[in-house]
Write a protein that binds this ligand. Structure first.
Ligand code: MN
Length: 256
């Protein structure tokens, strides 16, 4: 059967093709990271709080964020506002149960926004990260909310010195610990072939950017790539829970 013009009944093929892997690492007893792998919205959250409260916080944040972000979103500020609902849900759950007092979570989320120029909106609170990998270059999009990042921003330390600072990993912002949180949102134009990597600090504290970039280059299948990244973190110590979500951008060819 030959294809005829005007016979396009399927939805436009712009989507994320996603692989993911999460592991508790080699030291921790439980995995308090959560993630999701939609074909337009991908999320990583790294829970904070004692006695598995962090696990509750990260799961509530991811679940709420998935439900809060409506289809057809085109305004980056609105993306940030919808993620406030995740903050509110974690905050309210903590207030309602004394065993969950003080829990919180990081969140980083990437939303594919198709259009004449396809974009990804990247949101971030805390130290989980979103990167874009394009043509061999690994570009960190999100900016950590940590003492180390603050010291670098203030010109007190170089990035290398900040890495070694004893309080460097302390977070300056987290989701769910206050009734309102500032969510940073970045807009990145994307094209077919770009890869989006979301990860918890269990990856980035163990594996340097060069080795992450090499794995993204070497393993073209996103699922295999995510598994390899987590294995690298475990090989280097696995001191924390590790989550990697690899999302390949597919932009449908323009029809005319
Ligand atoms: Mn972590």
């Amino acid at each position: 059967m030959t294809q005829s013009q005007g016979d396009q009944t399927t939805a436009p093929g712009t989507a994320l093709v996603v692989g993911s892997c999460t592991d508790k690492g080699r030291v921790r007893n439980a995995n308090e990271d959560s993630h999701s792998t939609g074909d337009r919205l991908v999320i990583v959250a790294d829970g904070l709080g004692g006695h598995n409260a962090g696990d509750v916080a990260s799961r509530i944040a991811v679940k709420t964020a998935i439900g809060a972000v409506p289809p057809g979103l085109e305004d980056p500020a609105a993306f940030g506002r919808h993620l406030q609902e995740a903050n509110r849900a974690v905050w309210e759950a903590a207030a309602a149960d004394p065993s969950l007092t003080g829990m919180g979570t990081t969140i980083t989320a990437a939303l594919l926004v198709p259009g004449t120029e396809t974009k990804v909106f990247v949101a971030n609170v805390g130290d989980s990260r979103t990167y874009i990998y394009r043509d061999g270059d690994l570009i960190q999009v999100s900016v950590d909310h940590t003492v180390a990042q603050e010291m670098v921003d203030n010109g007190e330390l170089t990035a290398e010195e900040a890495r070694e600072h004893p309080r460097g990993h302390m977070m300056t912002r987290a989701l769910g610990v206050e009734p309102h949180v500032k969510v940073d949102v970045f807009v990145v134009p994307v094209r077919t072939g770009d890869r989006v990597l979301l990860c918890s600090d269990g990856l980035t504290n163990e594996v340097n950017d060069e080795d992450i970039a090499e794995a993204l280059w070497r393993h073209r299948d996103p699922q295999e790539c995510a598994r390899r990244l987590v294995a690298l973190a475990n090989d280097n110590g696995g001191h924390d829970n590790i989550t990697a979500v690899v999302a390949d951008v597919r932009v449908a060819a323009a029809r005319d």
